[in-house]
Write a protein of this length. Structure first.
Length: 98
């Protein structure tokens, strides 16, 4: 069995980190690491899950902050238009900022 990735506990501040099931909640873990993690956390996540699983989780994510969407796009070498969260953001524009 592959050992759990070494991730910073601050990324998962709102759940019991010690009981986190990395296989069952893989998409959640990947999205949260890309949303709140640093470069080392992202590297460890990619080593543990592999690039294919990471790519699928990120492309199907409902939400990523805009800056992290650009980071994910660069890491997995996919255009922004391929991300579900990008399409959702484009289909629901915000109010015009005055």
């Amino acid at each position: 069995m592959i050992e759990k990735p070494i991730l910073n506990k601050r990324i998962f501040w709102d759940i019991d980190f010690e009981k986190l099931d990395y296989e069952k909640y893989a998409n959640f873990v990947i999205e949260r690491v890309f949303e709140r993690g640093d470069v080392e956390d992202i590297r460890n996540c990619r080593r543990f899950y592999g690039d294919e699983k990471v790519s699928q989780a990120l492309l199907n994510a409902k939400f990523l902050p805009e800056t992290r969407m650009y980071l994910a796009s660069a890491v997995i070498l996919q255009p922004l238009e391929a991300f579900r969260c990008y399409k959702l953001r484009q289909s629901t524009p915000t109010l015009f900022p005055y």
